[in-house]
Design a protein around this ligand. Structure first.
Ligand code: NAP
Length: 285
């Protein structure tokens, strides 16, 4: 039976670390990190995420600034706000909650956020830095996964690591972080052949597909570390991951639950990035 990786506990320890460093930054340098969160429209899921981010800011001692804009906000109005925040020294991190309404060009918005305030690490400049392994901002969800793997004491170097999913926000940066730690990485996607066989060879398996019960027990190697990034809403309203948890926990050595696994980590890593941004912008090492 697998050991459960407790994302709530690991995220609490990351936030504690951020809180301690923030207290030091405030007392020694008079700098309070500030995060601006922009939400356009009234998508209920986005609202939940934005509230969680504001709550996390309060927990670690940051200032948070919320900009709730109506769904009919124009591209130009949004760009004007981003420019204002880019130039506001009290704002160290800017996050625009995705998805945006259809009439707004998401890429243009991501590109408009100044790279040093891009705490989601979505800007092409920061994506490039992640690629070459010389980065200040961590891609939040993959970085959270790395913390979870590290919390198990598992050595990544030399291990077969399989990532299912190749999105820009999860799959690709996830593979990069594992590669930087000398994992032997395979990325699977919807066109992959023999996916079950490839997965069954993984010492570390990360599922970021967005399909409930996609990873079944026959796809998992005995003793593997299984990380479930998926967040799927079932018809009965229940939240579940990509992994058939009940069957897979009998084979894995470590497994994350959903909820309570990767989810809480993403926000903790966002706090870490905002702290990094505040230090960088104030030339504090
Ligand atoms: P995405 O952009 O939809 O990407 C999904 C990936 O899964 C794609 O690369 C797709 O392949 C692949 N895929 C889909 N069906 C497949 C199949 N039958 N076989 C193999 N691969 C398949 O999703 P995402 O943004 O990466 O998110 C993935 C999941 O993680 C979602 O459930 C999302 O809600 C969750 N998530 C959780 C957090 C968190 O904080 N816990 C954060 C972000 C995302 P193709 O590229 O070939 O289409």
């Amino acid at each position: 039976m697998a050991n459960l990786i407790n994302g709530k506990e690991v995220s609490a320890s990351v936030k504690q670390r951020v809180r301690e460093q923030t207290e030091k930054l405030i007392s020694e340098n008079g700098v309070t990190p500030g995060l601006a969160v922009i939400i356009v429209g009234d998508d209920p899921a986005s609202r939940v995420y934005v509230n969680s981010k504001k709550k996390a800011c309060a927990e670690v001692g940051f200032n948070s600034f919320e900009y709730a804009l109506p769904a009919e906000t124009t591209q130009e109005e949004l760009m004007t706000l981003i420019e204002k925040l880019n130039n506001d020294p009290k704002v160290n991190g800017i996050l625009c909650q995705l998805p945006l309404p259809k009439h707004i060009d998401e890429n243009a918005v991501i590109n408009a956020i100044r790279a040093e305030k891009d705490v989601d690490a979505f800007h092409p400049f920061n994506v490039g830095k992640i690629m070459i392994g010389d980065f200040a901002f961590l891609p939040c969800t993959p970085a959270g996964v790395m913390e979870l793997i590290d919390s198990t004491g598992t050595e990544i170097s030399g291990k077969n690591c399989v990532v299912i999913g190749r999105s820009n926000i999860v799959g690709k940066p996830m593979a990069m972080l594992l590669l930087h730690r000398s994992g032997t990485v395979t990325i699977c996607h919807s066109k992959t052949q023999n996916l079950a066989e490839i997965c069954a060879n993984a010492d570390i398996l990360v599922a970021a597909v967005g399909r409930a019960n996609f990873v079944t027990a026959d796809m998992v190697k005995e003793g593997a570390v299984v990380i479930d990034v998926g967040m799927n809403r079932l018809e009965n309203g229940k939240l579940c991951g990509d992994v058939d948890f009940e069957a897979v926990e009998k084979k894995a050595s470590y497994i994350t639950p959903v909820p309570g696994g990767v989810g809480p980590m993403t926000i903790a890593m966002l706090m870490q990035n905002t702290l990094t941004a505040a230090k960088m912008q104030n030339n504090i090492g």
